[in-house]
Design a protein around this ligand. Structure first.
Ligand SMILES: *Cc1c(COP(=O)(O)O)cnc(C)c1O
Length: 366
């Protein structure tokens, strides 16, 4: 890294910070990828170079997450938002109903999309408390005949994160939108029938969404779906039915290599736990000056929304933090206040800078 390079303390919610070694590798390879004399943006998706990129990305993902052999991995487009629609189109048989656990903006949106072309019901809904908590197991009224049970492992806007998966009724496949805590900790993939995650929070740039689907879910795809909405066909083509988002997949591949070099998901989870602990300690130690949105048991290690005594102070905080090089801290409009997104790639010194800034700001304004 050049001594004059100035990187922001990047708390953006997504697209978000990427690991510096990944950006440096992409930069080094930019003009001449592996002796081709071209960048990854300029080579064919049918070239042997790109085939190696996508195959290695899949192999590294399988290795990091321990994905069993009876699951397919797809690199698709349209973001997690398209998955909200594609999932029920493929996996909910005609006439069947799908269950959703609604714990924040994203699961609520997924639920709404699923209701457009078939039956969907909320097995639990925590909106009455402005999505600041997770439902207790006893609150989840799951349909034993549901086509699947869907949940969102981390609510990016409300900052609530499941510590372990909800348990569906026997025989009901568990499906997860893992967009904003994907690769942040180990996950037992065998408990899931299907996982999807947009890359731009924790795994790479915007433009690609990773779908991990068990074979029996792919067998549910009905005939005559439009090709680009057809899981079975896309999986069979190795995500190469048409031109995939080559550059995004390449960067995801570099992020996966970076994670492996770090020691994998156990190591990443430890680092994330420590970083989140610093922020929550700062909130809890502020005597109520900073107030976390989520109840302590449901707190996310990825997104920390918090409030301050007045909107005026919140605006001042954001303005002064930005001037000090801490960017992306303004909260989502539905929760208000501040939000610190502290994804995998956010270096610990950035979290330390935030915590110091919070203490200084409180001393000055509290
Ligand atoms: C950001 C996000 C989405 C939407 O992702 P897009 O790629 O913009 O469609 C969906 N779910 C969760 C949990 C998210 O964080």
């Amino acid at each position: 890294m050049s001594p004059t390079l100035k990187r922001a303390h990047n708390f953006n919610a997504g697209p978000a910070v990427l690991p510096l070694p990944v950006l440096e590798k992409a930069q080094a390879d930019l003009l001449d990828y592996c002796g081709t004399g071209m960048s990854v943006m300029e080579i064919s998706h049918r070239s042997k170079e790109f085939e190696a990129i996508i195959q290695k990305a899949e192999a590294d993902l399988r290795d990091l997450m321990g994905i069993p052999a009876n699951y397919k991995v797809m690199f698709l487009q349209g973001g997690a938002s398209l998955q909200f629609a594609m999932l029920p189109m493929n996996v909910r048989p005609a006439g069947a109903s799908a269950d959703y656990i609604v714990t924040g903006t994203w699961s609520k949106t997924a639920f709404k999309e699923a209701g457009k072309q078939g039956a969907a019901r909320a097995a639990a809904n925590t909106e009455a408390s402005n999505f600041n908590r997770l439902p207790a197991a006893s609150e989840i009224q799951a349909d034993p005949n549901a086509a699947y049970l869907h949940f969102t492992s981390n609510e990016t806007i409300h900052g609530v994160e499941w510590k372990s998966e909800p348990i569906p009724p026997a025989g009901v496949p568990l499906i997860c939108d893992m967009s904003s805590d994907f690769l942040s900790r180990p996950v037992d993939v065998s408990r899931y029938a299907l996982i999807y995650a947009g890359a731009q929070k924790n795994a790479g740039p915007a433009g690609v969404v990773v779908v991990i689907a068990r074979d029996d879910m792919l067998a549910r795809t009905p005939a005559n779906l439009p090709v680009m909405l057809d899981y079975k066909l896309l999986a069979e083509s190795g995500s190469l039915h048409n031109t995939p988002p080559c550059w995004s997949i390449y960067i995801v591949g570099l992020v996966l290599e970076w994670l492996k070099g770090l020691g994998g998901l156990e190591a990443m989870a430890r680092i994330n736990q420590e970083k989140a602990g610093l922020v929550y300690r700062a909130i809890d130690g502020s005597g109520g000056f900073y107030r976390g949105h989520a109840v302590p048991e449901a707190r996310s290690n990825m997104n920390v929304p918090f409030r301050m005594p007045s909107e005026e102070l919140e605006n001042k905080f954001v303005k002064e933090a930005t001037a000090a090089g801490l960017v992306g801290l303004k909260g989502h409009r539905s929760v208000g206040g501040l939000r610190a997104s502290i994804y995998n790639a956010l270096p610990r010194p950035s979290v330390e800078a935030l915590v110091q800034f919070m203490a200084d700001f409180q001393k000055k304004e509290g």
